[in-house]
Write a protein that binds this ligand. Structure first.
Ligand SMILES: [Zn+2]
Length: 250
């Protein structure tokens, strides 16, 4: 099969390129893993330009834990345990800290829970949820939140609509926002070029690479407005919350 159905918008997504499974984000810093011999094909949507690797749709949680989120994951994402959370806590405090008493926060895909821990230490109401590593928390037990963050999550998800359904159920009321980071490929993954962008990295679990358009379409299909603050940070919202006004100054 050489044409798939886009996992975001449903339009035709022909195969785009193939890379070795061990292609990692650390290649950006000149670190290359040995080739694995496992070829990972990526398809790219003709309409929204979402670029995804179809093989991961059939992976089980166990497959992801054994082959990607294993003990060696830290080698391809050294900021995973603490550095990124420290930086994100500072950023969230800068943008939203003054309004924290109005915010019930969930860090979706929060890994080891470090960000929620840091924010809780700064008098936020903050909890974390992550499907990996396996835990006993059920989504339905979490309650609802008017502020959900998802840092470096969207590019890891084999089922974008499944994730959005989860997030929509967790999002409380009209004045609510999802603030998230994922690299967008606009101008970086192009026609008639190879998939050279460092961010397209199966070993890091980067299996679905968005564009501004694919993020907008995904939000629209779940009744969410979309705003992008540059190439990494984005937001979905129902009605733009007053407590998020600092974002409009960016
Ligand atoms: Zn599409």
């Amino acid at each position: 099969m050489n044409t798939y159905k886009c996992l975001v918008c449903g339009q035709a997504a022909p195969l785009y390129d193939v890379v070795d499974f061990n292609k990692s984000c650390e290649e950006y810093r000149g670190q290359f893993l040995p080739l694995s011999g496992h070829a990972v094909y990526y398809a790219r949507c003709c309409s929204c330009n979402y670029t995804f690797a179809p093989e991961f749709a059939s992976w089980t949680d166990q497959d992801f834990l054994e082959k990607i989120y294993n003990d060696d994951y830290i080698k391809v994402d050294p900021d995973y345990l603490d550095k990124r959370q420290q930086e994100n806590a500072v950023m969230l405090n800068n943008f939203f800290g003054a309004y924290r008493m109005h915010i019930r926060h969930l860090d979706y895909g929060g890994g080891n829970g470090r960000l929620a821990q840091l924010l809780s230490g700064a008098q936020w109401q903050s909890v974390s949820y992550d499907p990996f590593p396996k835990n006993n928390t059920r989504l339905s037990d979490l309650g609802t939140f008017n502020f959900i963050t998802a840092f470096e999550v969207f590019e890891h998800v084999p089922d974008p609509h499944g994730m959005m359904e989860n997030i929509s159920k967790l999002l409380e009321g009209q004045d609510s926002m999802v603030f998230f980071s994922t690299g967008i490929s606009d101008g970086l993954i192009k026609d008639k070029e190879r998939l050279n962008w460092w961010y397209a990295a199966p070993r890091n679990g980067h299996i679905g690479i968005h564009t501004a358009k694919s993020l907008q379409v995904l939000g629209q299909m779940h009744n969410l407005n979309f705003a992008s603050m540059g190439t990494s940070f984005h937001a979905y919202y129902r009605k733009f919350p007053q407590w998020a006004e600092n974002l409009t100054k960016l």
